[in-house]
Design a binder for this molecule. Structure first.
Ligand code: NAP
Length: 446
């Protein structure tokens, strides 16, 4: 008998686990369960819409999901359609790969005012995540600040700064494309609480800020140190040096010709958002650095802004029945082990860091561990597996989107973009997705 595996979450963390399992245990059967009718997690809903080439990894994920023995069960939510206990009772192994879907809060006064958003919400809004479709961010002011110095912050300022023409070949959702085109913004701020060397930007993404058609990038050369400093680990020195070179080049550029300005501010920690019925200003405190650590100086200043986006990291949504590590915002786990037979992979295991490919290396380590643990587990074949789960889902009237039904959604989205340069026009609501998925009877789906 082969082992029966359930993977909850069809983003990179889950699908690399599926790929490695199938390679190492060819007889294994795998059910990849996702609460959305669409697979690929952050590759669909997180990667910036103008970074289409990064989404090519989907080809590989398609091979993983179409392998005999592997199934996709979309539109199935644990806690709503199935319980954690039912999953454990059905499968020999359960791997939770549910990512980190909610924003870390700024935790400062005013962070709940209208006009203040987290990066998960903003990115989800322009990328068509059904949970964020109706966000309607306020973009009717002149000034927007993005807090955070990671790649997510860079993605957000770049997408906001681009013209419709620059986004024409992206898969930005049309509601966001139109709202951004109608925005009245003239000034964007990118704000780091530490310095340029401490920013976690990658150089390619930082360099892209210099190619924006309608936006000047403004960097005060006084903010840039001459050297990266001795506190930087050896393996990061090259990237940091390259980032400094890029910022130095930005600082020499003339500005004033373009309608939009991006001000890059370092050493400024957020203290409060001011406003009565919506954000009106951001209070920042200057910091100085000691061996890379930010030390507050007590010197505060106010930036008039009407929209604030925090891009300061994510937290996992607690999973019903699984202990939660509140301080880290992840599922409580020991090197991936949650309890015998249940594991965590990806951002819900170790927090929100790493790029898509990082999940592959992580998956190799985790699957090797699971296979070793299986030596001491009950023999496979004693549990009902996917057949038992199918019965429960049928009884509960859940409209499961399998891989063929997802194919219908995929083709419909691509067809909706025909005649434009966009690769697809995404459905942004679950009911639209289901309508496309089930438009044909099941035996006619490809
Ligand atoms: P990140 O790289 O960890 O950056 C988070 C930023 O938020 C840091 O600059 C951090 O500053 C700052 N921050 C945290 N708490 C703060 C606070 N209270 N006030 C002000 N600033 C605060 O995370 P991310 O940008 O969300 O990205 C997550 C992962 O996805 C990263 O590994 C990233 O490289 C990856 N990613 C990659 C790409 C790409 O390759 N194109 C695109 C998007 C995301 P400190 O350093 O001072 O803590």
């Amino acid at each position: 008998m082969s082992h029966q595996i359930a993977i909850v979450g069809s983003g990179p963390a889950g699908l690399y686990v599926a790929e490695v399992f199938a390679k190492l245990l060819p007889d294994v059967t795998i059910d990849v369960i996702d609460q959305l009718p669409t697979p690929y997690g952050l590759v669909r809903g997180g990667i910036a819409p103008d970074h289409q080439s990064t989404k090519n990894v989907i080809r590989q994920f398609e091979r993983t999901l179409s392998r005999p023995g592997t199934r996709f069960l979309g539109n199935v939510e644990i806690g709503r359609d199935l319980t954690y206990e039912e999953l454990k009772a059905a499968y020999d192994v359960v791997v939770l790969s549910i990512g980190a879907a909610v924003d870390r809060r700024l935790g400062i006064p005013g962070d709940d005012l209208p006009g203040v958003y987290g990066s998960a919400a903003i990115v989800g809004w322009y990328n068509g995540h059904p949970m964020h479709t109706d966000l309607a961010p306020l973009l009717d002011g002149t000034t927007l600040a993005v807090i955070g110095n990671g790649n997510v912050a860079l993605d957000i300022v770049r997408v906001i700064a681009k013209t419709q023409a620059e986004l024409a070949a992206s898969d930005i959702c049309s509601h966001a494309d139109q709202a951004l085109a109608a925005a009245t913004l003239t000034d964007l701020y990118l704000i780091g609480r530490r310095g340029p060397v401490e920013a976690s930007f990658t150089s390619k993404e930082l360099g892209e800020l210099g190619d924006l058609e309608r936006c000047d990038v403004i960097v005060d050369p006084q903010q840039l140190p001459a050297e990266v400093g001795s506190h930087v680990p050896e393996k990061e020195v090259k990237v940091k040096q390259r980032n400094l070179e890029i910022l130095r080049e930005f600082s020499t550029r003339p500005h004033g010709e373009r309608p939009l300005r991006l001000h890059v501010l370092f050493n400024a920690a957020p203290v409060a958002v001011l406003g009565e019925d919506r954000a009106r200003a951001l209070v920042l405190e200057r910091t100085r650095l000691e061996q890379g650590r930010a030390i507050a100086t007590g010197e505060r200043f106010e930036l008039p802004v009407q929209t604030v986006v925090s891009a300061i990291g994510y937290r996992t949504v607690p999973f019903p029945g699984v202990p939660f590590d509140e301080s880290r915002g992840i599922l409580a786990n020991d090197e991936g082990l949650i309890e015998p037979g249940v594991y965590a992979s990806g951002w819900c295991k170790h927090g929100p860091r790493g790029v898509v490919g990082t999940n592959r290396t992580d998956a190799q380590g985790l699957v090797a561990r699971i296979i070793a643990d299986l030596e001491h587990a009950p023999q496979p074949g004693t549990k009902p597996g996917g057949a038992g789960i199918d019965r429960l889902l049928r009884e509960r009237g859940v409209r499961v989107v399998d891989y063929a039904a997802w194919g219908e959604i995929d083709r419909a989205e691509i067809a909706r973009a025909q005649g434009s340069a966009k690769p697809r026009e995404k459905f942004v609501r679950v009911d639209e997705m289901l309508e496309a998925a089930f438009a044909l009877p099941s035996d006619e789906r490809r």
